[in-house]
Design a protein around this ligand. Structure first.
Ligand code: ADP
Length: 284
């Protein structure tokens, strides 16, 4: 069995607002295996970012626990927390807030330099990371001149250069145009395919469809957890969580309720076409 890299047990969190506790996460039990590609789906305010901040030790639980790489993070020293934070990388929504240098390669090198890594090793990490995100040819450019998708890929390279075990993408495509979104999704898929443990936080169903597992967060509670195709067919749960049922799923469900015995789990138009063909007994 694959190693569990992240585990939460009855995790709860409340923000303190004017001395009043406002609970936003309740009894979250989640296990993430090494090498898996999980998406966390939820509408605005459902607690996704708060969960990401707890998993990357930016926040501490109000109740329950966060176990990273087998280590309970409750009461760990600042040095231990520092090392664990490096192992769980975060990519945020706004690329502009994540870029620090005036030259792309310097920006990517910034993190490893802060870790005190050897210059020759930094060179290798920066080159490999830029290659992976498809930004090598821009290494001498100024990040500020790049498109949103390119900036976000440079930010991702900066995280890859830290060599984390897990990367959490917190709505990392939300501020991008469709081309930028597609570029960043390609990069995320590439990372997942090469074995990085990926947690993708999103409210876009088509992005969630790319993951191996979809976890639905509704008002701070997990209400569904499974393969995206299975989770998407839980229409009521999805709608209750304020998420949009993908069009493909709606079409297949409509056919089914009209008496056509079709498998409703396809996520792409091609998959739906196959399922419909199959349901119609291979008729053209
Ligand atoms: P999501 O990422 O799903 O949009 P968040 O985790 O950002 O959700 O927010 C969950 C809830 O917590 C929301 O109701 C939000 O208003 C509230 N919240 C988030 N950050 C803070 C904060 N720093 N102080 C008080 N309330 C917050």
């Amino acid at each position: 069995m694959a190693e569990t890299v992240i585990k939460t047990e009855k995790l709860g969190f409340s923000y303190d607002e004017d001395g009043k506790k406002v609970p936003v996460l309740h009894d979250v039990d989640l296990e993430i295996e090494r090498g898996s590609f999980t998406c966390i789906l939820g509408h605005n305010g459902s607690g996704k970012s708060t969960l990401a901040k707890l998993l990357s030790l930016v926040l501490s639980p109000s109740s329950g626990k966060v176990v990273l790489f087998g280590k309970n993070t409750d009461g760990i020293t600042e040095d231990e927390a520092y090392e664990l934070r490096r192992r769980v990388g975060m990519v945020f929504q706004n690329p502009d807030n994540q870029l620090v240098a005036t030259v792309v390669e310097e920006d990517v090198a910034f993190g490893p330099e802060n870790l005190g890594i050897e210059p020759s090793e930094i060179r290798k990490r920066v080159d490999d990371a830029l290659e992976l995100v498809g930004m090598s040819e821009y290494k001498k450019h100024s990040p500020h001149r790049l498109s949103g998708g390119q900036k976000q890929r440079v930010a991702i390279a900066g995280i890859i250069a830290l060599d984390p075990d897990v990367i959490i993408f917190d709505e990392s495509t939300a501020m991008l145009d469709p081309i930028g979104r597609a570029e960043v999704m390609e990069t995320i898929k590439k990372l997942a395919a090469r074995g990085t443990t990926v947690i993708l936080i999103t409210h876009y169903m088509e992005e969630a469809a790319e993951a191996d597992r979809a976890v639905v967060l509704d008002d701070g509670r997990i209400t569904a957890d499974g393969k995206p195709e299975d989770v998407f067919s839980m229409t009521e749960t999805i709608e209750k969580a304020g998420l949009e049922i993908p069009q493909v799923t709606r079409l297949l469900k409509a056919l089914k309720s009209d008496g056509i015995n079709v498998d409703t789990r396809a996520l792409t138009p091609q998959g739906a076409a196959e399922a419909i063909k199959c349901a119609l007994g291979g008729r053209k």
